[in-house]
Design a protein around this ligand. Sequence first.
Ligand code: HPA
Length: 287
Amino acid sequence: MPADPGTFDVEAYRRQVEATAATVRERLRVVPRIGLILGTGLGTLADEIDVDVTMPYETLPHFPLSTVESHHGKLLAGRLGGVPVLALQGRFHLYEGYSPRQVTFPVRVLGVLGIETLLISNAAGGMNPHFRRGDLMLVTDHINLQGANPLEGPNIAEWGPRFPDMSEPYDPELRRLAEARALELGIKLQQGVYVAVTGPNLETRAEYRFLRSIGADAVGMSTVPEVIVARHMNLRVMAVSVITDECFPDALEPVSLEEVLAAAAEAGPRLAALTKAVVTALVPVTG
Ligand code: HPA
């Protein structure tokens, strides 16, 4: 349901975000400049992080709690390839019943903490016929078909503008970096447009045909609200989708969550290697 601008208490929301950020700040000696969101089945990327501090979401005031079993809810502070990062292991989805503001609460917290760059991963269905299950897709642009927006309601001007620009949500420099590193590492990296739907059901054949026809290469149930909020706060964003199932309307087969998770797990090491390479290129490790 869209927030009613007359009743949504945006000041209370802001205080909650700031209280959570203060709690996290107290638990860290330095606040990293890079944030990560680890998507469905991609918690394996978390294994690559040398964790200094684990903050289960239930220990953070006001933080929503994950309801999906395949998502662990923890904020991790540590190093990836020697570079300090703050990683959200487990995200929130509209299909769980969270509002767009709740879904993006963790991104607001990272933004208020002073993160500059946000690297996002997700699982998505591949509609581009060149894509295969297990491929990685660098997101070049998105389409919001969730019928919801985390910026609805009163704007907090200190966080960002009322009408944020969306001409280039996915940072071109980060994309070039990802392409170059993928090439060096011998990792196949597809590129394309991600369309966000609410789910939780997967799409009908007619819907896949429609989504493909409006210009999307992959479809998923996350990421777009987080990107909108990150761009609102002027964070640099990169997103990579793991193609967990092939959504070709004329050859569609039923998909199970197990298969989605298996494809995500299989792609995990490649995603981890690519993410690590991007992170270390962003912040060259000295000494
Ligand atoms: N549709 C929507 N979301 C998804 C899919 C899909 O086919 N696969 C993984 N996430």
